[in-house]
Design a protein around this ligand. Structure first.
Ligand code: GDP
Length: 353
């Protein structure tokens, strides 16, 4: 039946010879900055995705276009609440975001989930994973999920995510979740781009830091002991009081916010309301005492310097003269013919000449 009708349909819709299909296809691909920006401001996901792809591209022409888009989106950004979430692999971040994200949608928010995972390039399979994550959220009309940009430097990956936040906000998302893994420097980068930092931990002793550096605990505005379900519930409660005691020992925060500890379960949908309540309280306090805006401003200054430093570094290492000289200098240092400091000075002189 189908076989019989298909040729007839093809015949009817055949492209007239006068239309140059390659031209049509080409026109579809190259969108102007204005078209993309208008699309983003209208909340068009496809345009948002295209713009993020430009941000992530290494081609200079794409980067120029991306910067133009960001500049035009900037006046329309800044209105979202930016929530950072960190925790060791397996602590339950994606399960938590899946549940918490749906809670936020019920609270009338549109949410974007971004990630900073500099390991994805090295390990090929990212820690924040290609595994099917956030199944419900990823198909929800009020959610937008974008995996971590690829890149071999944390600075580059983080900058791209920072820029993506601007676009997502311009597109009307009012809760931006930025996820990262609690295994390295990436928390510092994420902490410097969010309003609120949530650390997920597993039920366990309060003393052991579960492979998480103490500095990360100090950055947290809220610690949530996750997987507080079933047999783990009691253990989670014990952890909660242990961490609460530990947090008392930390110096007061500039925000005047006292970091909280709570328990939750992404899998069993427990504790979402309490976490939501803490975000609301934090926002209220820091808007009233002006920390919210002050923090955003100092973050902007931080990203200015970060970006300059990264670009200077790139300029140096991409320089063909330096590339050749660096190899020779390295060999001399390994052969103990040259000190690393003298080597650096010689290369800098060469770079500046
Ligand atoms: P991620 O690596 O931090 O993103 O962690 P996942 O969300 O992928 O979860 C890792 C494993 O822990 C999976 O097998 C989940 O089913 C399980 N898990 C996640 N959240 C919970 C939870 O709240 N309770 C329990 N019992 N298991 C969970």
């Amino acid at each position: 039946m189908i076989k019989k009708t298909t040729p007839q349909i093809n015949k009817g819709v055949a492209t007239p010879k006068s239309i140059n299909t390659s031209f049509v296809r080409k026109r579809k691909k190259v969108l102007s900055v204005d078209t993309i920006v208008q699309g983003i401001l209208a909340g068009n996901r496809l345009m948002l995705s295209k713009a993020i792809t430009l941000i992530e591209s290494t081609k200079p022409a794409h980067q120029t276009k991306a910067q133009a888009i960001i500049n035009l989106c900037l006046p329309h950004s800044g209105n979202a609440f930016r929530l950072g979430i960190t925790g060791s692999p397996g602590v339950g971040k994606s399960t938590f975001i899946e549940t918490f994200g749906q809670f936020a949608i019920q609270e009338n928010k549109q949410i974007a989930v971004l990630a900073v995972d500099p390991t994805s390039q090295i390990s090929k399979g990212s820690i924040l994973g290609d595994k099917t994550r956030m199944m419900h959220l990823s198909t929800h009309s009020k959610a937008f999920i974008r995996p971590s940009p690829a890149g071999n430097s944390l600075g580059g990956v983080a900058r791209k995510t920072r820029e993506t936040i601007i676009l997502c906000e311009a597109a009307g998302f009012d809760l931006i979740i930025i996820e990262t893994v609690g295994v390295g420097q990436s928390e510092i980068a994420v902490h410097s781009m969010v309003d609120f930092f949530l650390l997920l931990l597993l039920p366990g002793g309060g003393d052991e830091l579960q492979g998480i550096k103490k500095g990360i605990v100090e950055m947290a505005d809220l610690i949530a002991i996750n997987k507080a379900d079933g047999e783990n519930a009691t253990k989670a409660k014990q952890s909660k009081s242990a961490y609460r005691n530990a947090l008392h020992l930390l110096p007061p925060q500039e925000s005047q916010w006292i970091p909280k500890v709570t328990t939750c379960s992404g899998l069993a949908n427990i504790g979402m309301e309490e976490i939501w309540k803490q975000l609301v309280l934090f926002k209220k306090l820091t808007k009233e005492n002006n920390f919210f805006i002050k923090n955003r401003k100092s973050q902007a200054a931080y990203w200015l310097h970060e970006t300059i430093q990264n670009q200077l570094k790139q300029l140096f290492y991409d320089n063909p003269t330096i590339k050749a000289a660096l190899k020779i200098t390295e060999e001399k240092i390994l052969a103990e013919e040259l000190s690393p400091f003298q080597g650096a000075e010689d290369l800098m002189k060469l770079f500046k000449s």
